[in-house]
Write a protein that binds this ligand. Structure first.
Ligand SMILES: *[C@@H]1O[C@H](CO)[C@@H](O)[C@H](O)[C@H]1NC(C)=O
Length: 290
């Protein structure tokens, strides 16, 4: 049964969010989950790291978007400052009893130009974080991408609307496998690609804020809501496939998955939620979502 239970640890948060709107949290216990299920918490780089302009990190599309005022004003310049406070954060995770911590790597911190040279300070930070987690018995679960590619790639060829992202993503992933793969055995390529396509290229509410009337939830200046979400998802699927192929061939020591957001868990039917939790399987989630 060494299947992909670990994928669903993250989903527990969604289940609990459902509980929040109708069902009591105490209707669930660890016993409802399969043996070996990993309980943890997750973040994304831009939401927690801060240090946006420090130690060689270049702007990502999220910096541009937030500083353009499109996220309501706040930015991730400082955030919760995990870049400087990772030791305290890991200590808190250990005290909470987390089995795992899922975080994302900031592409623009590790490879500021999008391709080419690795930023030694970025490398050092993720090495420190990974080592700190492991020394506290917490499994590092790494997302390669959480909506935040380097702005330089957006400027050069339009980011995900271009097929060129496939090659650059794969090269970035390969760096991560090489430098962290001795300690990281659980990887996700792209976080919530369906949400990315919808929010960023249909609704225009996340970077790069593309949409076209009548679909956008923002003022639409750039984009085409009829075509770009599909184009972008197609390129993301190609990047995922290319990276999986690379991982399997040269680097595989653990798991690599895709992470579509599981709307099925938003069911308000208790029996259905339990069924989903107990039959947790990556393929199931993918079929439901992609
Ligand atoms: C979006 O692209 C389609 C296909 O090329 C085209 O028919 C449509 O007019 C475009 N919409 C906008 C808003 O540019």
């Amino acid at each position: 049964m060494e299947t992909c239970w670990w994928v669903l640890w993250w989903r527990l948060l969604v289940v609990l969010a459902v509980a929040d709107v109708g069902l009591a949290i105490d209707e669930y216990s660890r016993a409802d989950f399969p043996d070996g299920f990993i309980f943890g918490a997750g973040t994304s780089a831009y939401q927690v790291e801060g240090a946006a302009n420090q130690d060689g990190r270049s702007p990502s599309v999220w910096d541009t978007f937030a500083h353009g005022g499109f996220a309501g004003g706040p930015t991730g310049d400082i955030a919760v400052d995990q870049y400087h406070k990772y030791k305290e954060d890991v200590q808190l995770m250990a005290e909470m009893g987390l089995d795992a911590y899922r975080f994302s790597i900031s592409w623009s911190r590790l490879i500021p130009d999008g391709r080419g040279d690795v930023n030694p300070k970025g490398l050092e930070y993720y090495n420190n974080l990974i080592n700190e987690l492991i020394s506290h018995g917490i499994k590092p679960l790494v997302s390669l991408y959480n909506f935040d590619h380097p702005q330089v790639l957006e400027d050069e060829y339009g980011g995900w609307v271009s097929r060129k992202m496939v090659e650059d993503f794969r090269a970035y992933a390969e760096v991560c496998f090489k430098v962290f793969g001795d300690r990281v055995s659980h990887w996700t390529t792209v976080n919530e690609p369906n949400i990315l396509a919808h929010g960023s290229y249909d609704q225009g509410i996340s970077p790069p804020g593309h949409c076209s009337p009548p679909f956008g939830a923002a003022a639409c200046v750039h984009g085409n809501s009829t075509t770009e979400p599909y184009l972008v998802l197609h390129n993301i699927l190609l990047a995922h496939a290319s990276t999986v192929e690379l991982y399997r061939r040269n680097y595989q020591v653990g798991w690599l998955t895709f992470d579509p957001s599981p709307r099925a868990l938003l069911s308000d039917d208790h029996e259905e939620q339990l069924y989903i939790v107990q039959s947790a399987d990556t393929r199931y989630l993918m079929v439901v979502e992609v």
